[in-house]
Design a protein around this ligand. Structure first.
Ligand code: ADQ
Length: 455
C-alpha cells in the first residue's frame, strides 16, 4: 500500500465543495489524495485571539483534514504582511512594491514554527510530506529541528527571481537556506529552477541546488473540456451569446492582482480600438476579475485604477448599442467561465509575471476543435514555453497587445486550428495528475529529481 501523503498548505480545501466547482490546489492534488491515505494540514481560514497550539482534526474517508486557527497578530504579520505584502511582490520581480518589517518577518517565522510544532506529533515515520508555496519556506527546517526525518518536498507555485533581485529583500539568504532542508524542491519552469539553483549555490548549498527541479503544473484538461462542452448551451452562455449579436468576444479571467497586468491590458485594448478602427463595434471584451486580498492597500488602489480605465474606455468608445469593455469583479462559477471561454474568439492572458497561469491552459482546453479561438499570452507567464502556438506579447507594451489582438481577431479559422492543436496536445499531456505523479516519484525517491522533472 502506498505510504501516506501529508500535504501542507496555507489553506485547506473545503471538503463540501463539489468537484466541478472547486479550483486551485484542491483540483491539482485530487488524484494524489484519492489514491492513498492522505492528510491535509494548514490554516483553517479563521482567526482567533491566539494561534491554536493543537489542530482541529476531521476525517473524510481516507483524507484527514487538520486545521489551525490563526491568531489576529499572526494573521496580520504572517499572512497579510510577510506573505502577501513582502514575498508575493518580491517573487514576482516587483521589489519596489515589497514592504518589509521585522515584525512581519518574525510573525512569518513564528507561524511556520507553530505549524511544525502542531504537525510533528501527527506524522508517522514513513509519511511523505509535501509543503506548498511561499508561505512555507521555513517549514521544512522547522520540522527537521523537531527531529522529523521523513521525506520532505516543497513546491513553489509562483516564480523565483534571479538571486540578485531576491537579495534585495532583507533576510533573503535565511529564506533560501531554509529551502535546503527539503529533499525535493519543485518550481514551475526551467528559468525558475535556474534562478533558485543560482541562489542556493550562492549561499554554499550546492547539494540542495541539485535537488531543484522544474515541474510545470497543469489542469484536468479532459474534465475542463467536458465542462466547456456542457456549458455551451447553458442559459448563462446563451445570454452572453445573444448579447454579442455576432461580435467577437475577447475574454480575460484573473484574480484582481497587480501581477496580472490588468491596467496595461486595458490600455492595450484601448489601443486596439484607437489604432484598428475596423474592430470598433465588432468586438466586446469581457474581463472577469474577482477582488482578492482586498485588505492590502495596493490591491485597493489597483481596483480604483481599473474602475477609472473601464470608465475611460467605455466613455470614449461606447455607442448607444455597444459596450466595448464589460467588467465583472464578482466571482463567476467554473462551469459558467468554461462556457464563456469556449465562446470567446480570443483568450487574453497578459500577466507581468506568473508562476504558470492556469487560465491560459483552461482557455485552450475549452475550445471547440472545429473553430478554436486564439490565445494572446504574456511571454512572462510560466505557461508560455509550453504553449508555442500562442500570440506572445510583452505585457508592458500596450501597442504590442493591440497588434496581437488585431492579428488574433483577423486570423483565418485554419490558422487558428493549426496553432491550437499542438497547444491542446500539450495541455492534455501536461495535466495536474501528471504533475503530481512526477513530483511524487521524486519525493518517494523512485527517481532522482532530474529524472522525475524531465519525464
Ligand atoms: P493564481 O495566481 O490564482 O495561482 P491562475 O493559475 O491563473 O493564478 O488561476 C488559478 C485558478 O483560479 C484558475 O483555475 C482560474 O480559472 C481560477 N480563477 C481565476 N479567476 C477566476 C474568476 N474570475 N472566477 C473564477 N475562477 C477564477 C497561483 C500562481 C499561478 C499558478 C497557480 C497554480 O500565481 O502562477 O499557475 O498558482 O500553481
Amino acid at each position: 500500500m502506498a505510504v501516506r501523503l501529508v500535504i501542507v498548505a496555507n489553506r485547506v480545501p473545503n471538503p463540501r465543495e463539489r468537484a466541478a466547482t472547486a479550483g486551485g490546489l484542491a483540483v491539482a492534488l485530487r488524484d494524489a489524495v484519492a489514491r492513498r491515505d492522505a492528510m491535509w494540514f494548514g490554516w483553517s481560514g479563521a482567526t482567533a485571539a491566539a494561534t491554536a497550539a493543537e489542530p482541529r482534526v476531521a476525517q473524510h474517508g481516507r483524507l484527514t483534514l487538520a486545521t489551525l486557527d490563526l491568531g489576529e497578530q499572526d494573521y496580520r504579520h504572517y499572512y497579510r504582511g510577510f506573505s502577501n505584502a513582502t514575498l508575493w511582490p518580491t517573487l514576482h520581480y516587483r521589489l519596489g512594491l515589497a514592504q518589509f518589517s521585522r515584525e512581519d518577518y518574525a510573525g512569518y517565522r513564528e507561524v511556520n514554527r507553530a505549524f511544525a510544532a502542531a504537525l510533528a506529533p501527527l506524522l508517522r515515520p514513513d509519511d511523505l510530506v509535501w509543503a506548498h508555496d511561499f508561505h512555507l519556506f521555513p517549514l521544512g527546517a522547522e520540522l527537521r529541528a523537531r527531529g522529523c526525518g521523513q521525506r520532505l518536498g516543497f513546491f513553489l507555485h509562483v516564480p523565483f527571481p534571479p538571486y540578485d533581485l531576491f537579495c534585495g529583500l532583507p533576510r533573503a539568504q535565511e529564506l533560501v537556506a531554509d529551502l535546503a532542508a527539503y529533499d525535493v524542491i519543485g518550481v514551475q519552469t526551467e528559468q525558475d529552477a535556474a534562478n533558485l539553483r543560482g541562489a542556493l549555490a550562492a549561499i554554499g548549498q550546492a547539494g540542495a541546488a541539485a535537488r531543484v527541479g522544474a515541474f510545470p503544473i497543469g489542469i484536468d484538461a479532459d474534465g475542463f473540456t467536458r465542462l466547456a462542452e456542457r456549458a455551451e448551451r447553458a442559459p448563462e452562455t446563451e445570454r452572453l451569446r445573444q448579447s454579442l449579436i455576432g461580435r467577437g468576444l475577447v475574454i480575460g479571467v484573473d484574480r484582481l492582482d497587480y501581477t496580472k497586468g490588468l491596467p496595461h491590458r486595458f490600455r492595450g485594448y484601448a489601443q486596439l480600438l484607437a489604432r484598428f478602427p475596423q474592430h470598433r463595434g465588432q468586438v466586446s471584451y469581457l474581463q472577469v476579475a474577482p477582488v482578492s486580498r482586498g485588505d492590502v492597500a495596493q490591491y485597493r488602489s489597483l481596483r480604483r485604477e481599473l474602475d477609472e480605465w473601464v470608465g475611460r474606455i467605455n466613455g470614449q468608445h461606447a455607442e448607444p448599442d455597444w459596450t466595448p469593455l464589460r467588467y465583472i469583479t464578482r466571482a463567476v462559477s467554473r462551469p459558467t467561465l468554461a462556457g464563456f471561454m469556449r465562446l470567446a474568439r480570443i483568450g487574453l492572458v497578459t500577466p507581468l509575471r506568473d508562476g504558470m497561469n492556469l487560465v491560459a491552459k483552461e482557455y485552450i482546453a475549452a475550445q471547440d476543435p472545429e473553430d478554436p479561438g486564439a490565445l494572446v499570452l504574456s511571454r512572462f507567464a510560466g505557461a508560455a514555453p509550453e504553449l508555442a502556438g500562442a500570440l506572445l506579447v510583452n505585457p508592458l507594451d500596450p501597442d504590442e497587445i493591440a497588434e496581437r489582438l488585431d492579428e488574433g481577431l483577423s486570423m483565418p479559422r485554419e490558422e487558428r486550428a493549426a496553432r491550437w492543436r499542438p497547444m491542446a496536445e500539450a495541455v492534455r499531456q501536461g495535466t495536474a495528475k501528471a504533475w503530481c505523479r512526477a513530483f511524487l516519484r521524486a519525493l518517494e525517491g523512485t527517481a532522482s529529481v532530474a529524472e522525475a522533472a524531465a519525464a
